[in-house]
Write a protein that binds this ligand. Structure first.
Ligand SMILES: Nc1nc2c(ncn2[C@@H]2O[C@H](COP(=O)(O)OP(=O)(O)OP(=O)(O)O)[C@@H](O)[C@H]2O)c(=O)[nH]1
Ligand SMILES: [Mg+2]
Length: 416
């Protein structure tokens, strides 16, 4: 029988622990974010400890003195475990667990846990489970003690109601099985994408920091009916919807999973195929919550993550969202963007500007086209109407005289 962990949910009371390595780093803000992540994962934060050190301790994360302090605190605050704000190495996890005699978790484990509870589609579930298994495959020694302490909680939940495997051999078997399943799903996704490409419609991927308002924007523009919540990582699966611009052209918009600082490396790897939606899109709509005091850091994280995903050389529209909020920073600074708009996905303010930008981009990608079609070819004009912009159409003796702006793909097709 495989060794499984008994699921018995009990409130987790955690102390958050971080190491600050410089005066001007943003450790405090990162720990606040970790508190939000912990609460999303169902844990209550009862204390925070930040150690100032030149470096993170390679063997124990914290220094010796600080470990003693945390040990005291665990007892005083009646805490059930700690969460470190960085991904712990296998050795750090094991050593801390030995030294503190409590459940030891890290930021990665919490994020993976949230992703596991959010995964809905088959692809999403495979991706999350894969990331979780890869994370734990090298940490089994430390994890086994830690995770059996409470008999449940953060770190023990897989996607769906599934319990996570803790047997090394079975983990490796499961990893290869999931990898091949993911390949299947990926192939299917490519087929769907190719089909869409033939339409020649402009595609735009909505990316941004978690909770920036990406889903709210897509809902507002297309009545997509996606779950939008004041929660971290409300969206995991990409949703694509068509938007018709005032001029009649269509744009395909895809909502994507949100980014966060220190996004676990295994998650980025596992979600690459989902995020490929962004890679194959023509335009990136980068949604920024400009009412968040951390907006500059968040934008930086988004650009860094895009770089890791090798999504560069895209036209970028930075969408400063939530301008309806008191204290929103509406200066609209972003050197990396090709276009900038300020909107409120909630009230609808500024949306016409965003549509205008999309029209401008569309026009700039279109080619002027002039041709006389025979009457038998009238059906092809329908294609122009759908995917391009028909400027004129005259029915004469020698055929139908057409002028239009069309996407490159269609341009080539029409001359064939
Ligand atoms: N005041 C205000 N709130 C907004 C606006 N846009 C979104 N929100 C709120 O911000 C929260 C997050 O919105 P979502 O659309 O779920 O954000 P998201 O970027 O899709 O987040 P994830 O899927 O978690 O990455 C929700 O509570 C929204 O109601 C806005 O323009 N103004
Ligand atoms: Mg969302």
């Amino acid at each position: 029988m495989a060794e499984m962990i008994e699921l018995k949910e009990q409130e987790e009371r955690v102390i958050l622990v971080a190491v600050s390595t410089g005066e001007d780093d943003d450790t405090a803000a990162s720990v606040d974010e970790l508190e939000e992540l912990a609460s999303t994962a169902g844990a209550v934060t009862v204390g925070k400890v930040i150690q100032n050190r030149e470096n993170v301790h390679p063997g124990t994360y914290l220094g010796k003195g600080k470990i003693e302090e945390v040990k005291e605190l665990l007892w005083e605050l009646d805490a059930t475990g700690i969460i470190c704000d960085d991904e712990l190495s296998p050795a750090q996890l094991k050593n801390l667990e030995d030294a503190l005699d409590t459940k030891v978790m890290d930021r990665t484990m919490v994020i993976l846990d949230i992703f596991a509870s959010r995964a809905r589609t088959r692809e999403g579930k495979i991706q999350v489970e894969l990331a979780q298994l890869r994370y734990r495959a090298v940490r089994l020694v430390g994890l086994r003690n830690s995770l059996s302490r409470l008999g449940g909680g953060i770190g023990t939940r897989g996607p769906g109601e599934k319990k996570l495997e803790v047997d090394r051999r079975l983990i490796h078997e499961r990893i290869s099985q999931l990898k091949s399943e993911l390949e299947d799903v990926k192939r299917h996704r490519e087929v769907v994408r190719k089909k869409r490409e033939n339409g020649g419609a402009l595609t735009a991927a909505i990316v941004g920091y978690t909770n920036a308002g990406k889903s709210t924007l897509l809902n507002r523009l297309t009545q997509a009916g996606i779950l939008a919540e004041d929660k971290l990582f409300a969206t995991l699966d990409p949703t694509t919807r068509a938007l018709t611009l005032p001029g009649g052209e269509r744009v395909l918009l895809t909502d994507t999973v949100g980014f966060i600082r220190k996004l676990p490396h295994h998650l980025i790897e596992a979600f690459k195929s989902t995020l490929e939606e962004a890679k194959y899109s023509d335009v990136i709509l980068h949604v920024v919550d400009c009412s968040n005091p951390q907006m500059d850091m968040q934008m930086h994280v988004v650009y860094e993550t895009l770089r890791q995903l090798e999504i560069t050389d895209k036209e970028i529209v930075t969408v400063f969202n939530k301008i309806d909020r008191e204290g929103a920073d509406t200066a609209g600074r972003d050197m990396a963007a090709d276009y900038r708009v300020k909107i409120s996905a909630k009230t609808g303010e500024g949306l016409p500007d965003l549509l205008g930008v999309l029209e401008t981009i569309l026009r700039s990608r279109r080619i002027y086209f002039e041709k006389v079609f025979s009457y038998a070819e009238a059906g092809r004009i329908q294609r122009i109407r759908k995917n391009g912009r028909l400027l004129s159409e005259e029915y004469k003796e020698d055929g139908i005289h057409v002028t239009a702006y069309v996407p490159v793909e269609l341009f080539e097709e029409l001359y064939r």
